[in-house]
Design a binder for this molecule. Structure first.
Ligand SMILES: NC(=O)c1ccc[n+]([C@@H]2O[C@H](COP(=O)([O-])OP(=O)(O)OC[C@H]3O[C@@H](n4cnc5c(N)ncnc54)[C@H](OP(=O)(O)O)[C@@H]3O)[C@@H](O)[C@H]2O)c1
Length: 337
């Protein structure tokens, strides 16, 4: 019998998530039921949003019970199928287990793909997978930037943020990034081609608001927010009339209890802002368009991306924690052999 090693939730984190909240456990490889796929995982995507499933409240999915398997986006090969649209040997991306094998129920966040159309296998889970598609639809469909506008992006040196900023530039906008630390701030301009970038670390809301004003002399038309908290608070104070806030994620608040007090919410009224959250699955009927555009931009050298690849399941938890420390340097994933 083949063994499956996977990660389970050992305790609910209160505040900062810790390695001791998880455990690697071994069990038998299951058989798929009707409508399911059994997949040998090749890459595991580590996403900050999984933090929202570790508490007791229902978020975009129900919370994970103590002792249950950690779930997330996985890329793997179908080794057994009981779903008529998938064959043995297909490469798929879908919601599976953070482990060596997954049972997947195909849905809007599951698709099979032809590896010849992707520059690398890992790009199918990163820039051309959930990360890039989130940036693409969140910016273009929710933020709706117009040529010449200023687009401000938080978490800008990260997987989603770095792609969102480059798509803003490709669409003729001025892209300004917010990231933690001088190395990431410089990288935004020098590697990803942002027009300007600011470091949020160690700054109060008024201080951050002042540096955003310097970097955005014409104000902010679109704010693509990955972070929330004081970064969102500061950005609200710099929004232009009828500006749009595309709320992609709130990573600064996933671990924080209670979240910081917001001081600039009245700008939503005073500047007639549209503040809109979104989930990638809302755009499932147009994934092909995003992949076609982004593949072309990569080929033309207009879209760059970084990946942070951890090797083996034992590295999955340290790599997950790095998302909250800000020590990851790109789309964070685990490669399994
Ligand atoms: N809406 C959707 O469908 C969807 C889909 C995918 C992802 N997301 C969201 O997109 C966001 C980015 O995800 P990602 O996968 O691209 O991760 P990522 O940006 O590659 O990594 C997380 C980054 O967040 C920053 N961060 C961590 N704690 C922070 C804090 N307290 N304050 C400010 N920044 C903090 C760190 O960068 P610094 O070093 O700059 O602090 C860290 O590197 C997350 O909020 C995620 O939940 C949403």
């Amino acid at each position: 019998m083949t063994t499956n090693r996977f990660i389970v939730l050992k305790s609910r984190p209160s505040g900062k998530v810790r390695a001791s909240d998880f455990e690697i456990v071994a069990g038998p490889v299951p058989s798929p039921a009707g409508g399911q796929l059994l997949v040998k995982n090749l890459y595991l995507s580590l996403d900050p949003g999984v933090r929202n499933l570790l508490g007791v409240e229902e978020g975009y999915l129900p919370p994970i019970a103590i002792g249950n398997k950690l779930s997330g986006t996985v890329l793997g090969r179908v080794i057994e199928t009981r779903h008529s649209s998938f064959e043995k040997g297909d490469l798929v991306l879908g919601r599976g287990w953070i482990g060596e094998y997954s049972l997947i129920v195909p849905n809007d966040l599951c698709w099979k793909f032809d590896p010849r159309l992707y520059p690398t296998l890992s790009s199918a889970i990163g820039v051309l997978g959930i990360t890039g598609r989130t940036a693409y639809f969140g910016l273009l469909e929710v933020g709706r930037p117009k040529t010449g506008e200023t687009v401000l992006i938080s978490g800008a040196a990260g997987a989603v943020g770095s792609v969102a900023g480059q798509i803003a530039r490709i669409n003729g906008c001025r892209a300004v990034g917010i990231a933690g630390g001088e190395t990431k701030r410089r990288r935004l301009v020098e590697e990803f081609g942002f027009d300007a970038a600011v470091d949020y670390k160690g700054r109060s809301v008024p201080e951050l608001s002042a540096v955003i004003a310097e970097a955005c002399p014409n104000g902010v038309d679109v704010f693509f927010d990955n972070v929330g908290g004081i970064v969102l608070d500061a950005a609200l104070s710099r929004m232009n009339w009828a500006g749009r806030v595309a709320v992609c994620g709130l990573i600064s608040q996933y671990d924080a209890a209670p979240p910081p007090r917001m001081t600039n919410l009245f700008y939503i009224v005073a500047k007639a802002l549209r503040v809109e959250g979104f989930l990638l699955a809302q755009f499932a009927d147009r994934y092909a368009q995003a992949v076609t555009d982004m593949r072309r931009w990569i080929a033309e050298g207009l879209l760059r991306y970084r990946e942070e690849v951890a090797e083996g399941l034992d590295e999955a938890i340290p790599a997950f924690l790095s998302l909250f420390e800000g020590t990851n340097q790109g789309k964070t994933m685990v490669r399994l052999r």
